[in-house]
Design a binder for this molecule. Structure first.
Ligand code: 48H
Length: 259
């Protein structure tokens, strides 16, 4: 059986073009493929919502791969255990309310669930700006991450969506681009991002779920981006709150879409 070199190229170019064309219009674009973004992507796609997830890195998974200080184990608590059960992620009880799991298995399972549920995931794409019309976020301005890294003056492309979810972790990158462009217009007490607070695992885990909500018309925040926007403690390598935050934001967006 012969294999043509250029047929391989043609197959990639044509099928990727179809993917890219498909993400021009989404119901929800999730920026960031860490644990919270991946859980949200899986839940939204499973509910039939047209979901696109973008990540600037080569690999999806954000800060989950490295466990705690590069020891690739993570901890979750009882309240999030049902998510592991739903996704068939194996875990061990370490002590009452402390469960450990292999971070590689977790990222792989969350990613496979999102993709198999129907979310379109594009890696190596960075969000560099936002589209805002009539006081509502309407889409994103994207570019290859390599363009961002090289700082070459390459013009971007634009994609649109009914809702945007900032799941970019500590940087709350979409929120900060919005504030950079339009000033302090968030739904926080003074309109500016409240900023992440110091380490306190128990508080941080509760706050990350409480803080998961709309930060500006059409723009939701989840995961660490929620604590950076609405002021929550950090919590270290415990991930139950990230998973629950992803679920909560998907639930809220689905409710809005169906309203
Ligand atoms: C495209 C982007 C852009 C951009 C960033 O940090 P993450 O893992 O996000 P979360 O919130 O789901 O999980 C947080 C968790 O990993 C963590 O850091 C914890 C629990 N910390 C506690 C503590 O005390 O430190 O993933 C965010 C993803 C990454 O993959 C980035 O590459 C991506 O977002 N990203 N993608 N365009 N502008 N900015």
């Amino acid at each position: 059986m012969n294999l043509e070199d250029t047929k391989i190229s043609e197959a990639i170019i044509n099928t990727y073009k179809n993917k890219l064309e498909d993400v021009l219009h989404s119901d929800v674009i999730i920026v960031g493929g860490g644990p919270s973004g991946l859980v949200a992507a899986g839940c939204l796609a499973k509910a039939g919502v047209k979901t696109t997830l973008l990540d600037r890195k080569l690999s999806i998974g954000g800060g989950m791969w490295g466990g705690g200080m590069m020891m690739n184990q993570i901890v979750i608590q009882e309240s999030a255990r049902h998510i592991f059960d739903e996704l068939h992620i194996r875990y061990q009880e370490y002590d009452k309310n402390y469960y450990t799991a292999d971070s590689i298995e977790c990222v792989s399972a969350l990613t496979l669930n999102a993709v198999r549920s129907g979310a379109r995931i594009l890696n190596l794409i960075s969000v560099e700006d936002i589209i805002v019309k009539e006081k509502c976020i309407k889409g994103l301005v994207i570019n290859w991450s390599t363009a961002e890294m090289s700082k070459l003056p390459i013009d971007p492309l634009m994609i649109e969506s009914k809702y945007i979810l900032d799941a970019t972790g500590h940087d709350a990158s979409v929120v900060s681009k919005l504030v950079h462009r339009l000033g302090n217009i968030l739904s926080t007490p003074d309109g500016s991002p409240e900023g992440e607070k110091p380490m306190w695992a128990e508080r941080g885990e509760e706050q990350v779920v409480e803080n998961t909500r709309e930060a500006y018309p059409g723009l939701y925040v989840c995961g660490m981006a929620a604590n950076a926007t609405f002021g929550g403690q950090r919590m270290g390598p415990i991930f139950g709150g990230m998973l629950l935050s992803g679920k909560k934001t998907a639930r809220e967006i689905i409710k809005q879409i169906r309203a």
